[in-house]
Design a protein around this ligand. Structure first.
Ligand code: SAH
Length: 358
């Protein structure tokens, strides 16, 4: 047993069963603080780690948004949960086509993990951009901002409720016979839709909605736009989306706490409702459609003119993977949502009509 698991068990033994939200929060803080989880030798891979085209297209997206904002200077280019810093490095390189944007921008990374902050610093050194790190979005200095988050919302803790005869009760993590087990609280929680089937699970992404509310207030007040990319659905829906990944394979979320990547699917409908009327909502659309609209195929063709045959087939494979349709394809599973100041009528790649479907 790891020292972290021992501490977690002590917490549960002392406080009694803890909420899924607190369990996720404790485990994820330990998980991200103690490793670089990305890449082939880590636990999971993300779009910017699959291909440089992803970050490049987002860099050009940011330039277009900045133009539409009437080119404020300074503009804050903010990334939430930047992982290895790959997306931002690729974005800044692509954005060099408009030097005035580079002159206007200050890069702000919201990252809690000291291990990943170090990785990000190394990745961004060659760009010579002015970079600062913050623990939360609230710590980023005020002013017009372009905010990007890829696979960030899914890494925030969620609450879960279980439908019981008493109503919706908080799903808990407790100890039984020396093992961590799921349990259910005794007090019903109000303000939720009526129970339909006993045993249903309802999720509430409180950390994500708090963040999106703050983000929307910021955009409405100071101007700018945000791009939120994540795997998710258009709720409401019942079901348990809490999942654990280790070495690219599914794991039991209660096994090896703090050593697996815990995530939950994002309910984009909840996110849109939280953003409220102060900001204009763009999309969400499927990632495949978004990347196609931004010209991923043209970018691939241009990269291939300078590539070896092997590199060219890597580029084709990356385009296929990032845009793949079907239930497990990244192009379909991942959705892209834009939020912006109402003065921005259009955001590149995003139709104003919301995506509907699963
Ligand atoms: N966006 C990156 C990495 C996604 S993994 C990519 O696409 O490759 C999630 C990232 O969010 C990691 O950098 C992790 O350290 C960071 N993170 C997780 N929880 C966080 C929190 N509460 N506050 C700030 N950063 C967090």
């Amino acid at each position: 047993m790891t020292p972290f698991e021992r501490t977690l068990r002590d917490v549960v033994a002392h406080d009694g069963p803890i909420s899924v939200e607190r369990f996720m929060g404790l485990c994820l803080a330990h998980y991200y603080a103690t490793r670089d989880p990305l890449g082939a030798r880590g636990d999971f891979t993300t779009a910017p780690e699959i291909s440089q085209m992803f970050g490049e297209l987002l860099g050009l997206w940011a330039v277009e948004v900045w133009n539409a904002m009437d080119r404020p200077s300074p503009v804050r280019l903010v990334e939430l949960g930047p992982g290895r810093g790959t997306l931002m490095a690729d974005a800044l390189r692509a954005a060099r086509v408009v030097p005035a944007f580079g002159d206007a921008l200050a890069v702000h990374l919201v990252e809690t993990s000291p291990t990943l902050r170090e990785r990000q610093e190394r990745a961004l050194q060659p760009t010579r951009a002015q970079v600062s790190w913050h623990d939360t979005l609230e710590d980023v200095p005020s002013g017009p901002a372009i905010i990007i988050a890829n696979e960030f919302l899914d890494a925030l803790p969620i609450r879960q409720f279980v439908a019981t005869e008493r109503g919706w009760c908080e799903r808990l993590v407790g100890l039984r016979d020396g093992r961590l087990v799921f349990g259910v609280g005794t007090e019903p929680v109000g303000g939720l839709p009526p129970v339909q089937h006993l045993g249903d699970i309802l999720e509430s992404p409180r950390a994500a909605t708090d963040l999106v509310a703050a983000l929307a207030r910021r955009l409405a007040g100071a101007g700018g736009a945000a791009l939120l990319i994540d795997y998710g659905y258009w709720g409401p829906a019942f079901g348990d989306t809490l999942q654990a990944l280790r070495l690219h394979a599914r794991a039991d979320p209660l096994d090896s706490p703090g050593e697996t990547d815990l995530t939950a699917h994002v309910d984009f409908h909840r996110i849109v409702l939280t953003a409220g009327a102060e900001v204009r909502v763009h999309g969400p659309v499927r990632q495949g459609e978004f990347l196609d609209a931004l010209g991923i195929r043209a970018r691939a063709t241009s990269l291939k003119t300078r590539a070896t045959a092997e590199q060219a087939s890597d580029i084709d494979r990356a385009v296929d993977r990032l845009t793949a349709r079907g239930a497990t394809g990244m192009g379909e599973l991942f959705k892209v949502l834009g939020l912006g100041h109402p003065s921005l009528e259009v955001l590149p790649g995003l139709p104003p009509r919301p995506f509907e479907g699963s």
